[in-house]
Design a protein around this ligand. Structure first.
Ligand SMILES: [Mn+2]
Length: 323
């Protein structure tokens, strides 16, 4: 028997959204429906994201880039972990035009490197100035409790923000939490690629699981790593957070979501000089940070042909004078 539940809110904000999630209701869908039915206009609090059409998009954590959206981009640029490497970000952005290119970030903006605050400010202002062209994903280093306690290690951003901005809790409340609330969990280009920070697991059965992710799905996407084998196991190298997923898991999830590959970051140490391929090239690991040594790079993908991918080292912009 089906049950119809009607929720009436005087306002939609982040405090009542969680009430809908257990019922499988995606607030972005609800807000779209309301907007269409009622010509509903709603003034947003600063920490709630609106999509290109101006509709509330606080809960849809999946950004779908369909083919018709891709046409307007000259190229799709994908940055991996930055981890406070502001120099790599700046020199990479020197080769990118966010007015013409899609610019994607796979998360882990701070910690390890010394300039997480600057990296976050830069990505945040790119998102504001070029919304619709800039897609910033959440990494496990954006995995915090609601009150601002990090769920990972090392936690360099806390000290860095104290040093540069005076007080962690004020920085968290006014700057970092609104930034994290606006991050997506995944970008999907149907027929081509799924972009995430860490990985996938067998808990992902369809796109809905990424649009309104349960906490255990979110944790798997943020924290998981591929291994060359079959099955999935708790990721003990990361204290049991997320899973290690085998080739059968990535194959099944790619089939269910209708994509050919998974582009992720999360292990920059495996991609020191270029992309690292797992699961018969189905899983691609990239890195845009020098904090583990190596040469930071980003991907530049031809939106009309995803097999045309350039690997561009950020250092090239320093010597090549492309700025
Ligand atoms: Mn990571």
């Amino acid at each position: 028997m089906q049950r119809l539940v009607i929720y009436v809110f005087s306002k939609i904000d982040t405090t009542n959204i969680p009430a809908l999630a257990p019922h499988g209701i995606c607030v972005s869908d609800t807000a779209h429906w309301l907007a269409r039915q009622l010509k509903f206009y709603y003034r947003a609090p600063s920490n709630i994201a609106f999509d290109e059409k101006g509709f509330l998009n606080a809960v849809s954590k999946l950004y779908e880039l369909a083919e018709k959206h891709l046409q307007r981009f000259r190229k799709i640029v994908v940055f991996g972990d930055l981890h406070g490497d502001f120099a790599a970000l700046q020199s990479g952005l020197g080769m990118v035009d966010p007015a013409k290119d899609a610019v994607m970030f796979l998360g882990d903006y701070a910690d390890r490197g010394s300039a997480g605050v600057e990296v976050i400010d830069t990505v945040d202002s790119l998102k504001r100035n070029y919304s619709g062209n800039v897609f910033a994903l959440k990494g496990n280093h954006e995995d915090y409790t609601a009150s601002g306690s990090p769920l990972f290690w090392p936690r360099a951003l806390v000290d860095e923000a104290r040093e540069k901005r005076g007080d962690w809790h004020t920085y968290f409340r006014d700057t970092f939490k609104p930034f994290v609330d606006g991050l997506r969990l995944a970008v999907i280009v149907p027929g081509e690629s799924l972009f995430v920070h860490g990985g996938v697991s067998s808990k992902i059965r369809n796109a809905k699981d990424l649009e309104c992710p349960a906490r255990d799905v979110e944790r798997d996407v943020l924290w998981s790593d591929p291994f060359e084998g079959v099955g999935e196991y708790p990721n003990w190298e990361r204290g049991g957070a997320g899973i290690e997923f085998g080739a059968d898991v990535s194959e099944t999830v790619c089939e269910l979501l209708g994509v050919k590959r998974i582009v992720r970051s999360h292990q920059p140490q495996k991609a020191l000089t270029g992309p690292f391929y797992s699961h018969s090239n189905r899983v691609v690991t990239i890195s845009s940070t020098s904090v583990y040594g190596g040469e930071p790079f980003f991907l530049s993908i031809d939106p009309s042909d995803f097999s045309r991918v350039q690997v561009i080292k950020t250092r090239d912009s320093m010597s090549g004078g492309e700025r």
